[in-house]
Design a protein around this ligand. Structure first.
Ligand code: CP
Length: 316
């Protein structure tokens, strides 16, 4: 994986994804031992869109590995306001750092960035397209809750059109197979066809599309709630009409299996009532922690720094 850019998780083999899960578990258990792994390295976080978790966890990951961080949060402070292209920015920043994490409102921006850069570029979310490191956090959460990432019935609920985390997660789970997807959304926010095509191309996976959460919640091992993505709507009235379509509260959760896991990439707005946070099925703050651990695994891997004492899952 040394030198590899990660624009989608298709950039990693299934073995490499499993290796990242294994590394993250090791890192969690050996935080002190790994704390000098990336000494002398620098990460750039180029965030052209707002973020709390993704940017701070990319940065914390590098700091916890002993490296340093530069970057900007908010394009208004960067030379893009003077008309600089993403390519020129990446050709410039490549001279300063060992790895770049980029978030951008336009689909495809991370791919453009990776082609221009001479260091690995990690997509931290490109418009409504993909969010591969959120998927790594999601997979780590499934692994820790169920001991597996296959043989699951996974409900994805809310904004399945613009929710990039949903697209990344479905595509990746299809690679591992044996998942039954229940896609829960209003008609206006259904899953894009290219994602449905991916499920259809996977013989061991299937899907149904439904509108009502309560009627299917009892079938689910995983309920992946999503926020309606206000920033990607063209029309404020449509957003206001759709934003509260689904609200998971204790009453709805009482219909679910006792070991169902509730995931959400966060931030949430109204779609999960705060009362759910204390339910043992709520896994979304575990996801946050897993996001940092998986980014530590990924950053150390793409810059080529070995974790002291780590035994690879797949030795070369
Ligand atoms: N999950 C996620 O991408 O959160 P942020 O937008 O806060 O980074």
């Amino acid at each position: 994986m040394v030198g590899k850019s990660v624009v989608t998780l298709d950039d990693l083999s299934t073995n490499q994804i499993l290796e990242m899960l294994h590394k993250a578990e090791y890192i969690d258990a050996h935080r002190k031992e790994v704390s000098h792994t990336c000494e002398g390295r620098v990460l750039a976080t180029l965030f052209y869109e707002p973020s709390t978790r993704t940017r701070l966890s990319f940065e914390t990951a590098m700091l916890r590995l002993g490296g340093k961080v530069i970057g900007f949060a908010g394009a208004q402070l960067a030379s893009v306001t003077k008309g600089e292209t993403i390519s020129d920015t990446l050709k410039t920043v490549s001279n300063y750092v060992d790895v770049v994490a980029i978030r951008h409102p336009k689909e495809g921006a991370a791919l453009v960035a990776s082609r221009a850069a001479s260091v690995p570029v990690i997509n931290a979310g490109d418009g409504g397209h993909m969010h591969p490191t959120q998927t790594l956090a999601d997979l780590a959460t499934l692994q820790s809750r169920f001991g597996r990432i296959t043989d699951l019935t996974v409900g994805l609920c809310g904004d399945l059109t613009f929710g990039r985390t949903v697209h990344s997660l479905i595509e990746t789970l299809c690679r591992f197979g044996n998942v039954r997807f229940i896609l829960i959304s209003p008609d206006e926010l259904k899953t894009p066809q290219y994602v449905i095509d991916r499920i259809n191309a996977t013989p061991t996976c299937s899907y149904v599309e439904v509108r009502d959460l309560a009627s299917v919640i009892g079938d689910l091992d995983v309920l992946y709630m999503t926020r309606v993505q206000k920033e990607r709507f063209f029309n404020e009235d449509d957003y206001l009409r759709l934003r509260d379509t689904y609200i998971l509260d204790e009453e709805k959760l009482s219909l679910a299996k006792p070991h169902m896991a509730v995931l959400h990439p966060l931030p949430r707005v109204n779609e999960i009532a705060v009362e759910v946070d204390d339910d043992p099925r709520a896994a979304y703050f575990e996801q946050v922690k897993n996001g940092m651990l998986m980014r530590m695994a990924l950053e150390s891997s793409v810059v080529g720094d070995d974790l002291p004492g780590y035994e690879p899952l797949n030795p070369k």
